[in-house]
Unconditional design. Sequence first.
Length: 238
Amino acid sequence: MRIDWTKITKIVDETSDIKTFYLEVPEDFTWEEGSYTHMALKGFNEGEKPNRGLVRHMSICTLPNENTIGITTRIRELCSEYKERLKTIKVGDKVALFKTLTNVPLRRENKIIYLLSAGVGLATLRPLALSYLENQEDINHVHSLNIDTSKEYLFTDLFQTDESKNFTAEYVDDRKKYYERVSQLAEDKESIFYIVGSDEYIKENIELLLKNGISQEQISLDKHDSELPEFFPEKKAM
């Protein structure tokens, strides 16, 4: 298995408890929009068995043409050993990357795409939005709907409504209003829905979309095929 140790070049405080870590791109390291990687901290592979507590599945929030690997994550006051380590990590320190894959590439099917996210889940969708804004081919419109009760919204510099590019960005801070908006968006029966957030959030959105006549095939999740049966009971693992 290939493991790339790479330096942290910049750390940005996005909100009071969300940071983005920017990493050097290792030689021959490739990815696309919708990719995730496993980011491991120093010491994860020093014993007889890997210390899984020092490894996390992380979405890459940047595109290759930005020449940096961006990892955005929430770090609360009370958190895991992994997040505690991230609190003390500095520019110049190294982290390991491995098993980089893509679950949610941008679907160019001449349809409207709705990006549904909660809080920091927007980081997973950032490269999809950026890819669309750079090239609108075979996509009719993109609408992003993000809920964050903290009102500390992410990436507002990118997620701005741009009518010239058929791109709509919407933020809400109220759960009731959010689900009312999802129901309204689901009136478009031919559209595609991406959902990124906690498992509970994903399941609530799926239930609502299915109830409103959206099919499983129209829903894309940042989940491996083996995980899909948890969210779509009728779907068999690949």
